[in-house]
Structures are given as C-alpha cells and as structure tokens.
Write a protein that binds this ligand. Structure first.
Ligand code: F6P
Length: 347
C-alpha cells in the first residue's frame, strides 16, 4: 500500500501533528509507504511529492504551520487540473490520499472521489470551526486560546485608559472564535455574522457599563460580521476585492469601522486590535495536539478500512467516520443557545 497526504487551504496549528500521526500509524505500524504532497492540491498538479518516514515527522508534534506547505489551489479551476491530479497519482502508484483541510480542500476531495474515483479520506482542519459533521475542527482551540489571551491583555489597558477596546478576530462567515474567546475573556459585547447587534446596541452596552462605574469595555467582533445601524443601514467590510480560487472574498477591517462608529455615537474613546494571522501561527495547544493526533490515526485506519469519501470527525468524545457530504452540506454556524450564554454577560 502506498498513501500520500496533503494539507490545503489556510494553515492551522495541529497540521504537523496529523501528518506525524498518519505517518506513524500507516508507515511504522501498517508497513505502508507514506508520501507527502507539497502545497496542497498544487503538489499533485505539479508532481511535487516527497517520501515521509519516521525521521521526517520526528520533532514536529508541537510545531505550527505544515511541513508540507499549503495553498488554496483548486484543480477544478482549469480544464485539465483534475486529470493532472489523477495522472500524477497513477504515475506514482499511489493508492490513496489523505486530504487534511477545510471546506474547500475537502470539497475538491469529494469531487475527485465522485467524478474521478479517487480513493480519499479527509481530516477536518480550520481555525474557524465552521465545518459540519464534526463537533470541532483541530486548530480552533489554539485560535480561541490566542484570542482569549489578547482579550485578557486588552482588559488591563482598556481599564487604565477608560477606553473601549474592539478586538477583531477571524472566523470567516461564522462567529465561533469570537463567541468562544468572548465568553472565555468576559467580553462586554460580541458581534458575529449569525446574530448581529446594531452599532447603537453596542453603544448602549458601553453606556450601561459606564453608568455602573465601569468606564471601559471590551467588544469582540468576528471579521465576517456585517455592521448594522438602527436606521436600517448596513456595511460589509472587505480588505480586498480579490477572490481566491474558491471564490472567497478577503475579509478584515470591520473592527476599525466599528471602533470609529462607537466613538462617534457614544463619545467614548475607542481603539481597535486586529488579531489576524497571529491566531493561525505558532504551536497548537495540548487539546489540538491530541485532537489532531487522534484524527491522524483515525484517517490511517479509515484508509485501511477503505472508507473512501469519508472524513474523520469528533462526535462527543469519539472519533468516527462521516461522509464528506455531511461535512460539506452546510456551514456550521454558532447556535443561538451558545450566543445567549455570551449575551448573559453583555453590558
Ligand atoms: O479559514 C481560515 C482563515 O484564517 C479565515 O479565518 C480567514 O478569513 C482566512 O483564512 C484568511 O485567508 P488567507 O490565508 O487566504 O488570507
């Protein structure tokens, strides 16, 4: 048996832990040949593949990023892309692929499986935690940890200066990082795409606190939030008009507009911190190392069991296999009951 794995899409803490786990279980235990594909699907278009043995994956468990490199390449963007992917695999005699990625990478894996018969299993990666079919993706816990630490640090300086501190976090079109870091950090208002608060609502919360003698506030906003005003006005902020190979716009900057608006409407001094790629960089938390390791071991087992077209998933405390269709059917959004818990502490 000869298998190859790739990491696609935005990088994320824990990718190396998965690579290590697949290599150890499939190589050392099952005795298969294991290969790493460089830079996501691009490596299969360009035939850029290297052998992975125990020494290649030694010492990487706690390292951020991915030793394989990643890209947002979509083989279906060109006429011949998918055919080249399949030709590379045939040429190399690779029997199966482990695709480690989010919605886009696994979407490609699903299409290659359905349309070209690729023998593939998936592992759910993204700091955004927006993938259905699994309770949590690996990388998310680390991002929440980073964002929570930032909120804690901003608290002290907000209080010293009697300021409103707006913290913009990633999450694309969902508010998972914002809501979890907001709960963990004791945010006074959290704005997420799923349940938008108006800018005036946020100002009221800030004023409510000031009336109780707390002349500082922490406001967490998820990058994909559309700002709304009581007048009915709304604004979605992009950092660029460009779209990637999967048609995604580049988000970022909503925190700056929100801080200016809070200052304008409430009169409180406001500042913004945009956490950006800091949430994706660096080593994984212990929780993510363990989750990623469990996913990697499961992925190797799924190849052994020929569970093609399926993804390793966390359900409760068990790692199970679920069909790609379940993972890709819809974006996993923040449920109302979780947001309501956060809301209990607003103002
Ligand atoms: O999906 C992970 C993520 O980090 C999002 O939270 C963010 O919007 C996006 O990727 C940034 O993508 P890029 O690396 O292409 O700038």
């Amino acid at each position: 048996m000869r298998i190859a794995m790739l990491t696609g899409g935005g990088d994320c803490p824990g990718l190396n832990a998965v690579i290590r786990a697949v290599t150890r279980r499939a190589g050392a235990e099952y005795g298969w040949e294991v290969y790493g594909i460089r830079n996501g699907w691009l490596g299969l278009i360009e035939d850029d593949i290297k052998a992975l043995g125990p020494s290649a994956v030694s010492g990487i468990l706690n390292q951020g990023g991915t030793i394989l490199g990643t890209s947002r390449t979509n083989p279906f963007k060109t006429e011949e892309g998918a055919a080249r992917v399949m030709a590379t695999l045939r040429g190399r005699g690779i029997d199966a692929v482990v695709a480690i990625g989010g919605e886009d990478t696994l979407g490609v894996a699903h299409r290659l499986h359905e349309e070209h018969g690729l023998q593939v299993v998936g592992v759910p990666k993204t700091i955004d935690n927006d993938l259905s079919g699994t309770d949590y993706t690996f990388g998310f816990d680390t991002a929440v940890h980073v964002a929570t630490e930032a909120v804690d640090r901003l608290h002290t300086t907000a209080e010293s200066h009697n300021r409103v501190m707006v913290v913009e976090v990633m999450g694309r079109h969902t508010g998972w990082i914002a809501v979890m870091a907001g709960i963990a950090g004791g945010a006074d208002a959290i704005l997420i795409p799923e349940f938008p608060l108006t800018v005036e609502d946020v100002c009221d919360l800030v004023q409510q606190r000031a009336d109780r003698g707390k002349r500082f506030s922490i406001v967490v906003v998820s990058e994909g939030t559309t700002l709304t005003w009581r007048s009915g006005g709304e604004q979605t902020i992009l950092s660029s008009e460009e779209v990637d190979a999967f048609g995604h716009v580049r988000l970022g900057g909503v925190g700056s507009i929100l801080a200016k608006e809070i200052e304008r409407i409430s009169g409180f001094e406001a500042r913004v911190t945009i956490l950006g790629y800091i949430q994706r960089g660096g080593g994984p938390t212990a929780h993510d190392r363990i989750l990623a390791t469990r996913y990697g071991v499961k992925a190797a087992e799924m190849v052994k069991n020929e569970q093609w077209g399926m993804m390793a998933a966390l359900r409760g405390d068990s790692i199970v296999a679920v069909p790609f269709t379940e993972a890709l059917s819809q974006l996993k959004t923040v449920p109302l009951e979780l947001y309501e818990i956060a809301q209990t502490f607003f103002g």
